[in-house]
Design a protein around this ligand. Structure first.
Ligand SMILES: Nc1ncnc2c1ncn2[C@@H]1O[C@H](COP(=O)(O)OP(=O)(O)OP(=O)(O)O)[C@@H](O)[C@H]1O
Ligand SMILES: [Mg+2]
Length: 363
């Protein structure tokens, strides 16, 4: 599952993407060997692994990763095929979620395509292209459904909903901002609309605004994002791309000097992970501590299958303890067992974020 980085030209997408790629290049254990040039891989920060690493005196720590896709500058008229428009929209269709980079920095040396810094107008320019493309999709679907309705009256409900979504988009609003019943949401999701994809707005600020109070631009972006229940992450792409060259200790020092608590890129990656509805379960031992990605709601055998297909096929049960509980016991499994904190879970167990798992299986 990939996230696509979108935004107007010259807002800092590639700068952010380079930070991601460089940070990812250090992820020594990245499982894929060939990767397209515009796909960046980054490890998902997880403080818990550091703690487990100390506890178990592990030889290796393996973080989980997510992929970002640098989708080149989208401009006004893209939905009409301008500026390689259709190609870009096609790329957006392929991603599960969107990171929308918004320029919130002033710099006379960096040209803005519209000549002024106006984050809301920028956001709307991009969103409008996605909305227009969605409206075309809906119009075709409405035509088809209207035709089929003659032979199948049960399609009326679907047609009503298609018209409702079309009208909503017609007001310039993204489909994800619609309030829908559960069954309606399921249908709308199946339409694969671009403006229904979950979004994080990445407010790209200047070095001076990377810490402390929100500037006026960030405040506007937050206001807008709230109208569609989207998240905002403040990031200075420039700082992040410089920092990506540093090792962990140097990074910590650099952040302290700037008075920044946590790197914007780390925050963005974590928010992206949540946006995709992904969680991590953990495995811990002396050879390695490791985080594994699963979709929220995955049951124990499915989680086991992430490690090895044999674990899933021959799944017997899982011994599991929540990360917090394990830490309470100082990482001592014997103590945890005595206290009854290690649970034995079967096939129906829904794995939770931070579960430390040990799978038992038949071969
Ligand atoms: N936070 C920031 N503060 C100051 N300058 C920045 C910041 N982020 C990016 N820049 C500068 O803005 C310029 C444009 O950045 P970048 O090339 O990343 O944009 P882009 O969105 O990828 O553009 P395009 O769509 O044309 O590919 C670069 O000179 C970059 O150094
Ligand atoms: Mg670029």
């Amino acid at each position: 599952m990939k996230l696509g980085i979108v935004g107007l030209p010259n807002v800092g997408k590639s700068t952010l993407f380079n930070a991601i790629t460089k940070a990812g290049a250090e992820a020594a254990n990245y499982p894929f060997c060939t990767i397209e040039p515009n796909v960046g891989v980054v490890t998902v920060p997880d403080e818990r692994l550091k703690v487990l690493h100390e506890m178990y005196n592990s030889k290796k720590t393996i973080y989980t990763t997510i992929e970002f896709y640098d989708i080149a500058g989208l401009v006004k008229g893209a939905s009409k095929g301008e500026g390689l428009g259709n190609k870009f929209l096609g790329h957006i269709r392929e991603v599960a979620a969107i990171v929308h980079v918004v320029r919130c920095f002033e710099d006379p040396n960096v040209v803005h395509v519209d000549g002024k810094i106006d984050p809301i107008s920028d956001i709307e320019t991009i969103n409008t292209e996605l909305i227009l493309s969605d409206m075309e999709v809906l119009e075709r679907r409405i035509q088809k459904t209207t035709k089929n309705l003659k032979g199948d009256k049960s399609l009326q409900k679907e047609l009503d909903l298609l018209n409702k979504v079309h009208a909503f988009l017609g007001e310039g609003k993204s489909a994800r901002a619609m309030e829908l019943e559960e069954d309606e949401a399921e249908f709308v999701k199946s339409l694969d609309l671009l403006s229904y994809k979950p979004v994080i707005y990445a407010a790209n600020v200047s070095e001076d605004d990377a810490a402390g109070e929100d500037n006026e631009y960030i405040r506007k972006v937050r206001e807008f994002a709230a109208t569609e229940n989207s998240d905002v992450v403040v990031v200075c792409a420039k700082i992040e791309s410089e920092m990506a060259e540093l090792d962990d200790d140097e990074k910590a020092m650099f952040l302290e000097e700037l008075g920044i608590e946590k790197s914007g890129l780390d925050k963005l990656v974590q928010a992206s992970y949540h946006l995709l509805d992904l969680i991590s379960f953990l495995t811990a031992g002396e050879p390695e501590v490791r985080a594994w990605t699963i979709k929220r709601g995955t049951k124990a055998p499915g989680a086991a299958g992430k490690i090895h297909t044999d674990f899933e096929k021959g799944f017997i049960r899982a011994e599991t303890i929540a990360y917090d509980k394990l830490v309470e016991c100082g990482g001592n499994l014997a103590t945890a067992k005595e206290k009854g904190l290690i649970r034995s879970e079967g096939k129906e167990y829904v794995v939770k974020d931070g579960d430390v798992m040990h799978f038992l299986f038949n071969v």
